[in-house]
Design a protein around this ligand. Structure first.
Ligand code: HEC
Ligand code: HEC
Length: 373
């Protein structure tokens, strides 16, 4: 990942300076939302966001012009893709579920489990340049792909507008900067839940959703410990944060060998830390727009929200057969908050109704986040 290193050290390159004539960026944030963190080497600008949106949906960015970021991150699905696990541009199987992208500007670390991806800039290098698995497949084809963009007068113009101080603005560092700037604008805070909690609209939630909300925030179900806060996840990092609130937990989905093993493709945080206690730990996802982002979990192995609730109610998942059989409920590394509980059928419906109230139709249909015309 030579480019990753280069990028980490680019602060100070002439092309990365904020152009003096650029309009200052003004965040239009939902009520109750703090300012997100923006790395100083990539200040926000309207021109970068506009360019980033084009690049996010640009299939010419992939080796064979077949895929874009938007292929695995569809707006109507909360920027997830409806598949258990996706395939890359050339057919590589990607072992993890395409994540919903929501309020990602506020994440302290990126992806289901990698604690070392600290910025959206660093994360974007993975789908662009990663080879195992290959997602967009840029590596080895950099000049060819840049050539495609340079041949399009619209891109020449947009890169020049987004990076006015750079002599040759159309390069991959700037592709990454623009993508990350666009991604920081993917902000969702217009759900019925937001209207109720932050907007002061007592009528925004149905009686059932209100009962479900009480269950979600109860010590009986414990959901809120890991999925609380502005983004419905304990993971948080904002402009004024003094530390990255990390949130990696083992929820008892597997226990292949009785000693806590998860399937080899995704062993959890232990892959990065080498600590046994981190086996099966993944980042608690945001539950915003959760009704439209299934299938669920890091490997897409849970099809519906009803099943998710049943797993938590049982205190984990017993996988009855197949290569990954084992009793996740007895996983020795399972978080003590995943204890199990009993819900009446009405309570289950209430909890579902609450989870559905986290859907933000404005976000899912906002033309500014969709493919450019
Ligand atoms: C082949 C499908 C695929 C493509 C193409 C793809 N992604 Fe993803 N994306 C994923 C998967 C799978 C994950 C979870 C990866 C993991 O946990 O290892 C993910 C995770 C992410 C995350 C982390 C979100 C979070 O909450 O931490 C971001 C951001 C993201 N992708 C942005 C992008 C961008 C930008 C592009 C285009 C440059 C892109 N993706 C292209 C499948 C894809
Ligand atoms: C100990 C922390 C913890 C508790 C308690 C907890 N969760 Fe989770 N939740 C997680 C983690 C971590 C994941 C991802 C696990 C994985 O993929 O291996 C997750 C995944 C989910 C998902 C799937 C999200 C997606 O995008 O795929 C849903 C839905 C969910 N939890 C709802 C709930 C509900 C409802 C409760 C309460 C009954 C709850 N959670 C309690 C940590 C927790």
């Amino acid at each position: 990942m030579a480019l990753a290193l280069a990028l980490a050290q680019t602060c100070g390159c002439p092309g990365d300076e904020p152009p003096p004539e650029a309009e200052p960026w003004v965040w239009e944030l939902p009520v109750g939302f703090p300012e997100p963190f923006v790395p100083p080497e990539n200040p926000m600008s309207a021109a970068k966001v506009a360019l980033g949106r084009h690049l996010f949906y640009e299939k010419r960015l992939s080796v064979n012009e077949s895929s874009s970021c938007g292929s695995c991150h569809e707006q109507a699905r909360g920027f997830a893709d409806g598949e258990a696990t996706p395939v890359g541009a050339t057919g590589d199987a990607v072992p993890r579920n395409s994540m919903a992208l929501v309020n990602i500007a506020y994440m302290p670390t990126y992806t289901w489990v990698n604690p070392t991806l600290l910025t959206l800039e660093a994360q974007a290098l993975v789908p662009l340049f990663g080879e195992h698995p290959l997602e967009l497949g840029v590596t080895g084809h950099e000049e060819e792909i840049l050539g495609r963009l340079r041949a399009d007068p619209r891109y020449v113009e947009m890169f020049a507008a987004a990076f006015p101080a750079a002599e040759e603005p159309l390069n991959f560092d700037n592709v990454v900067f623009a993508l990350a700037s666009f991604e920081r604008t993917m902000i969702s805070g217009n759900s019925d839940y937001d209207k109720y909690v932050y907007g002061g609209d007592a009528e925004a939630l149905s009686a059932g959703a209100k009962r479900g909300m009480a269950l979600f925030f109860s010590e009986r179900l414990e959901c809120y410990h890991c999925h609380g806060g502005i983004n419905m996840t304990a993971a948080f990092f904002g402009a004024n944060s003094t530390q990255r609130e990390q949130a990696f937990f083992n929820t008892g989905l597997y226990n292949i060998d009785g000693a806590g093993a998860y399937p080899p493709a995704s062993a959890g945080l232990v892959e990065f830390t080498g600590r046994e206690a981190d086996r099966g730990r993944f980042r608690a996802p945001s539950l915003r727009n959760i009704a439209v982002t299934g299938p669920y979990m890091h490997d897409g192995s849970v099809a519906t929200l009803e099943e998710v609730i049943a797993i938590y109610a049982a205190g984990g998942r017993e996988v009855k057969d197949g290569p990954y059989a084992g009793d996740g409920r007895a996983n020795p590394y399972k978080d003590p908050l995943v204890l199990g509980f009993t819900l009446s059928p009405e309570e289950e419906l209430d909890l579902l109704e609450f989870l559905e109230s986290l859907t933000d139709e404005v976000f899912l249909t906002d033309p500014l986040l969709g493919p450019p015309g």
